[in-house]
Design a protein around this ligand. Structure first.
Ligand SMILES: Nc1ncnc2c1ncn2[C@@H]1O[C@H](COP(=O)(O)OP(=O)(O)OP(=O)(O)O)[C@@H](O)[C@H]1O
Length: 371
């Protein structure tokens, strides 16, 4: 971390550094970089969230003009912040679409439908599609099959909503030409840096948005990293639950039920997951863990004893992990008393669950999600 050489060059000093000051755990890494940029290279620290917001708003207005735009909201940070920025720039020229597939966690649809709308004033079209998704998933337990079905249904539903909006706007003599995407800088790098009219991130869990769409993209987060996106979200006054949401897969709880997915099982899992999240938050652990999938082993039963009787119920798995980038992960060493509270509450409060187990596998070999 110590500078190993300093050259005179163009009246400014260039410092050579021996290792990776940008990596979060490098001691004094931040200081070394600040020194290099502000003193060595003579740059000014002008990056502030309010500058970023101002500049993005101006750029979006310039790009979209008087046309209309749409944006799919997933409940995740990226699309929420992207939508909030675009809303700030062009107001009611933007319409957001939220597909409620019935696979969200407890309270998440309300966060999008009520809290996000209240914080931003955005126009939102909600598509209630729970029944459609659940009937498409009926009888399916293979994980890949589930993902495909959810992705396929999502695209169909989204396309339909999109077509309706385009038709409504057309009837009013307006054009919908833009689609807002929450593409971040790492996505840009990953996909080779190109820009243009579509090729939406192809690694999407949900299957992504349709790739034959004829919209121009508005991607206000293209130059930001995740932590910067959260800062911008905060600056825009978005609810904490959205800004600090941990990663959650597009197919939602559909891939956290090992076995067939149905409403009853989803409700059980929603309860168990809500308890785990509540206790982790109460213990102040949200920022220490990367995410904590809660999984229902619907195809497994074990014997238990609750009250006066014998039970034959399902196990719930807790999968708390620590990670920097989700490529590798380690299981989080959560305090025993926190684990104990979660276990006691889940077995007491969630019907048909008589056992809570902890997943202590790192990634690799185990993935973060079970399916
Ligand atoms: N339920 C949904 N309703 C409407 N749009 C959605 C929904 N789920 C996903 N999308 C759209 O598809 C994009 C990709 O979905 P994915 O779940 O992979 O998101 P992501 O890349 O993790 O970003 P985010 O943080 O926005 O969720 C989202 O950014 C959003 O625009």
């Amino acid at each position: 971390m110590v500078p190993v050489a300093a050259f005179e060059c163009d009246e400014r000093k260039l410092y050579g550094v021996q290792h990776h000051p940008e990596v979060m755990h490098s001691t004094h890494g931040q200081q070394v970089l600040e020194h290099f940029l502000y003193r060595g290279a003579g740059l000014e620290p002008t990056w502030t969230t309010s500058n970023v917001v101002e500049e993005s708003v101006a750029a979006i207005r310039e790009q979209v003009g008087t046309k209309r735009a749409i944006c799919g909201l997933s409940g995740g940070v990226d699309s929420a912040v992207a939508a909030a920025l675009v809303q700030k720039a062009i107001g009611d020229q933007l319409t957001c679409v939220y597909v409620d597939h019935g696979l969200m966690r407890k309270g998440e649809s309300e966060q999008v439908e009520k809290d996000f709308v209240a914080a931003t004033g955005v126009q939102l079209k909600v598509v209630e599609a729970e029944e459609r998704f659940l009937s498409a998933l009926a009888g399916v337990s293979d994980p890949e099959e589930k993902r495909k079905i959810i992705g396929r249904e999502f695209i169909r539903v989204f396309e339909q909503a999109q077509a309706e909006l385009v038709a409504e706007a057309g009837a009013a003599g307006e054009d919908v030409e833009f689609l807002v995407q929450g593409t971040l800088y790492p996505d840009v790098v990953e996909s080779g840096g190109g820009t243009g009219t579509a090729n939406i991130k192809s690694h999407h869990n949900v299957g992504g948005l349709p790739d034959d769409i004829e919209f121009q993209l508005v991607e206000p987060l293209r130059r930001l990293f995740k932590d910067e996106v959260r800062m911008v979200g905060q600056e825009l006054g978005l609810p904490d639950e959205i800004v600090h949401r941990q990663p959650f897969p597009g197919p939602g709880l559909g891939i956290r039920i090992v076995g067939e997915v149905n409403k009853e099982r989803l409700d059980l899992l929603r309860e168990a997951d809500a308890i785990a999240r509540e206790e982790l938050t109460a213990a102040g652990l949200d920022r220490d863990i990367w995410q904590c999938p809660v999984v229902l082993l619907a195809d497994v039963r074990s014997v238990g004893v609750q009250g006066d009787g014998r039970t034959y119920g399902h196990p719930i798995v807790l999968r708390p992990v620590s990670s920097e980038d989700a490529m590798t992960a380690d299981w989080s060493r959560l305090p025993y008393d926190v684990l104990s509270r979660i276990s006691t509450r889940i077995t007491n409060e969630v019907d048909q669950v008589n056992r809570v187990v902890l997943d202590i596998t790192s990634k690799p070999p185990g993935t973060i999600e079970w399916e």
